[in-house]
Design a protein around this ligand. Structure first.
Ligand code: AMP
Ligand code: TRP
Length: 327
């Protein structure tokens, strides 16, 4: 069975973009792949966080992963810092990456270009830790949103470089970008992707938003004056985004969604989209509450750690031995 791996950085409440672009796909993949899913808690430290706040996000993220349908008996679900080998391999990979490569990473480059100062060294080198997360498990596929594709490509480059230098060491992973919903946009500003680091949260639907709030956000989503429900990201980015959300949640194509709504007025169309979103949230939140009040999280992480660590410690051993630094 081919191996798949992905992680989510819990620096905020999970939102609909995370669900459509990542979580719901993981649940499908666990059926067909040997699936590794982890909470990238070390990655959160790259930018300053409030410890209390981050702790809540962390717990919520795990509970929501499970509420979405990830199952400890099908997938290996673990906390990154429970497997200390990640940081260790991350350092070794950072020594096999070049400054020029990290300078080109969009996340860093964008913030630098905006004139931001005081970025941590960890923020700069974090793509090498992400490469370690991936290469550690010899993953065949890494499902990510398109914003993370560049980081998976760096992992490929590092793997190829080290394989050339030392002999076969890592599997070269492939990024896997979901077709529908790879990029859910902000409801208020559909030129930007829906994001948890959003200043105003009107454009972002959080998975723990009350159904009432979520409905309101959809109903006030930005549209246009064309007045036809059709997929045209250039001239109708808001409507196209709502069509994408609907199609993703209904598991139909955008073409099919377009057909359903071709004679709808915007208000009625939005009501239908809102209804889909609300149904999803109600189901997730009821499962979430049950999970939070049980020992499922603890059991899941204990089992995940055990399995992940076995692989990670063997891999790190192999790498240290190959580099000649193990005694
Ligand atoms: P992040 O929230 O940026 O840590 O991303 C976690 C996962 O969700 C990654 O696979 C992202 O690519 C995906 N993701 C984040 N935001 C969106 C979005 N607006 N649309 C689709 N996928 C997203
Ligand atoms: N960097 C990713 C993000 O910000 C999270 C992440 C960390 C990840 N390690 C990973 C994703 C390994 C896929 C594989 O969303």
């Amino acid at each position: 069975m081919q191996r798949m791996l992905s992680g989510i950085k819990p620096t905020g409440e999970l939102h609909l973009g995370n669900y459509i672009g990542a979580l719901r796909n993981f649940v499908k993949y666990q059926e067909d792949y040997e699936m590794y899913v982890f909470i990238a808690n070390l990655h959160t430290v790259t930018i300053p966080q409030d410890p209390k706040e981050i702790h809540k996000y962390l717990i919520d993220a795990i509970a929501l992963y499970i509420a979405c349908g990830l199952d400890k008996d099908k997938a290996t679900i673990f906390l990154q810092s429970d497997v200390l080998e990640h940081a260790n391999l991350g350092f070794i990979l950072s020594c096999h990456s070049y400054e020029g490569e990290l300078d080109r990473m969009t996340q860093y480059k964008d913030r630098k270009q905006k004139g931001e100062t005081g970025l941590s060294v960890g923020f700069y080198t974090y793509p090498t830790l992400m490469a370690a997360d991936i290469l550690m498990y010899d993953a065949d596929f890494v499902p990510v949103g398109d914003d993370q594709k560049q980081h998976v490509e760096l992992a490929r480059d590092i793997a190829e470089r080290m394989n050339n230098r030392y002999g076969q060491m890592f599997k070269v992973p492939k990024p896997l970008i979901a077709e529908v919903g790879a990029r859910i946009m902000d409801l208020q500003d559909p030129a930007r992707k829906m994001s948890k680091s959003d200043q105003s949260d009107k454009g972002c639907i959080f998975l723990l938003d009350s159904p009432k709030t979520a409905r309101k956000k959809i109903m006030s989503a930005q549209t246009d004056s064309v007045n036809i429900v059709q997929f045209d990201t250039e001239n109708q980015p808001g409507i196209s985004n709502l069509l994408t959300i609907y199609a993703a949640l209904k598991e139909i194509t955008i073409k099919e969604a377009e057909l359903i709504f071709k004679d709808y007025r915007y208000g009625d169309f939005k009501k239908e989209v809102a209804q889909e979103v609300v149904e999803l949230l109600e189901k997730l939140q009821s499962d979430y509450t049950e999970i939070i009040n049980s020992d499922i999280i603890e059991k899941t992480l204990t089992k995940g750690k055990e399995k992940a660590q076995k692989i990670a410690s063997a891999k790190l051993d192999q790498v240290l031995t190959t580099l000649g630094i193990k005694i």
